[in-house]
Write a protein that binds this ligand. Structure first.
Ligand SMILES: *Cc1c(COP(=O)(O)O)cnc(C)c1O
Length: 460
């Protein structure tokens, strides 16, 4: 399996190359040259597999022989050892909605599912070539903690995480800043998540810098994360859908990684009826899917901070598809975005986008009301991100399809929002209370590329 960049379809790189690079050097995102098609026989067999086994089968298709079969199995089994639920992903039925609990990992959000695998993959590949790498990543709140947990204490790896200062919840911050490991660096940027993400992108394209420090990235653009996320679409279809009905999946969306994995699953042959891109009030994706205009506006802070995003990096991957794999057109749209502050899809492109995705957005008040409604009806507490995605499925009794809503974070990560809605403080799972008494370690920096560069160089 070879990979190319959305901005130059002539690139041909191996999985290992793109895994370390993260982002293509031309600023594009990597895509595989084809999507493996799963036939009836393979799919039938899938229904007998547990999460780790399914994960192995899917990773194998995209990683060729980067790993020995046994190494890949070990990577996956080790990655999921720290999960609190032996199914890894579980489902809670609440009326018409089946909530998909993706938050049983060590930092209480779905990001752990992919990040734990990445941590083991880096360790495995680096142990073979004695390379030293520096990971730099931006986080809207959950990726950072997931990455730090996955990479803390690992040999030959430093991890730098940029988060927007004072724009994430206290629990989110503490889950990142209370690790006492020499290879972990937390930086709070005086700016938004989009500012953090921009700094990381600029560091990557600055070849002088990124090559000098052997920079690598684990943001949601890393293709390995998409692979790990494909797994649970298959898993819920086979494990929690006894009649094997077509499925609708509503996904709390920010950077478009999680929902994009659903799109790939559908391409690989999974019977997904609709994929719903659910956003909070920062609804650039809803506007784009409805009107074809992609125009970032100022981000408004919300009670679902992990989705406070206006520049959804993974969106470029879907663009490549809807412009019929024409990388010149992708370049043109990205140039428009850079120079004019927006781009507009033509009618044909928009139609393709709409054929593949539905969209929804949810205000702050609606989010609070939905948390309350689910709690009152089912005695079940969902986090604010999940609530935004429950909106399009509520009261929507569709007998033909099974309706899943991704539960992307544990409610205890967002206690203020939950308390505001139902006057109850959600408790942290066992063992997590200790973060409150631990010392936090992080540095605050201006929103400045140069300052971050200097900070990193002093520490590598
Ligand atoms: C990251 C995150 C999202 C958004 O996921 P994307 O893959 O960026 O679209 C939604 N909810 C939570 C809790 C998250 O941490």
């Amino acid at each position: 399996m070879k990979y190319f960049s959305t901005r130059n379809s002539n690139t041909k790189l191996s999985f290992e190359d793109i895994f370390f690079k993260g982002l293509a050097s031309d600023g594009g995102l990597f895509l595989p040259e084809n999507f493996p098609q799963l036939d009836e026989v393979t799919l039938k067999n899938f229904s007998k597999l547990n999460f780790q086994e399914m994960s192995y089968e899917i990773f194998k298709m995209y990683t060729d022989n980067t790993f020995e079969n046994n190494d890949l199995k070990n990577i996956i089994n080790t990655a999921y050892k720290s999960f609190r639920n032996s199914k890894i992903v579980d489902v809670k039925e609440c009326g018409t909605i089946s909530f998909v609990q993706l938050h049983h990992g060590p930092t209480l959000a779905f990001k752990d599912i992919a990040m734990q695998v990445l941590g083991e993959m880096y360790a495995s590949l680096l142990s073979k070539n004695d390379k030293k790498i520096n990971l730099i990543t931006a986080t809207s709140g959950d990726t950072g903690a997931a990455a730090i947990d996955a990479f803390q204490g690992k040999k030959n790896i430093n991890i730098f995480v940029l988060h927007p200062h004072n724009k994430i919840s206290d629990v989110q911050r503490k889950l990142m800043t209370t690790y006492d490991a020499k290879n972990v660096f937390n930086i709070a940027i005086e700016g938004s998540f989009d500012d953090c993400q921009k700094i990381v992108k600029d560091l990557f394209v600055d070849k002088n810098f990124s090559e000098r420090i052997n920079m690598s990235g684990v943001n949601s653009i890393n293709w390995a994360r998409i692979i790990a996320q494909i797994v649970y679409y298959f898993y819920i279809y086979f494990k929690f859908n006894p009649e094997q009905k077509p499925i609708d999946v509503s996904v709390p969306t920010g950077n478009f990684g999680d929902v994009y994995a659903g799109y790939i699953s559908k391409k690989m042959g999974l019977n997904i009826n609709s994929l719903i891109v659910s956003t909070n009030q920062n609804n650039i994706l809803e506007r784009c899917i409805q009107k074809g205009e992609y125009k970032p506006e100022k981000v408004t802070a919300s009670i679902s901070p992990s989705m406070d995003i206006q520049v959804a990096s993974n969106f470029e991957r879907i663009l490549f598809d809807i412009v019929d794999n024409n990388s010149d057109r992708v370049n043109q749209l990205m140039d428009n975005l850079k120079n004019d502050g927006f781009f507009k899809l033509n009618d044909d492109e928009l139609k393709k986008l709409q054929n593949n995705f539905k969209s929804s957005s949810c205000s702050e008040n609606e989010t609070l009301a939905i948390i309350k409604e689910i709690y009152n009806s089912y005695n079940y507490i969902i986090d604010p991100h999940t609530a935004t995605a429950a909106k399009p499925l509520l009261h929507n009794k569709n007998e033909k399809n099974k309706q899943f809503c991704f539960e992307t974070a544990h409610p205890s990560k967002f206690p203020l929002a939950i308390e505001k809605s139902i006057k109850i403080k959600p408790s942290l799972p066992n063992g997590f209370e200790k973060i409150d008494s631990k010392k936090e370690i992080f540095d605050i920096l201006d929103n400045s590329l140069e300052k971050v560069k200097a900070y990193v160089l002093e520490r590598v």
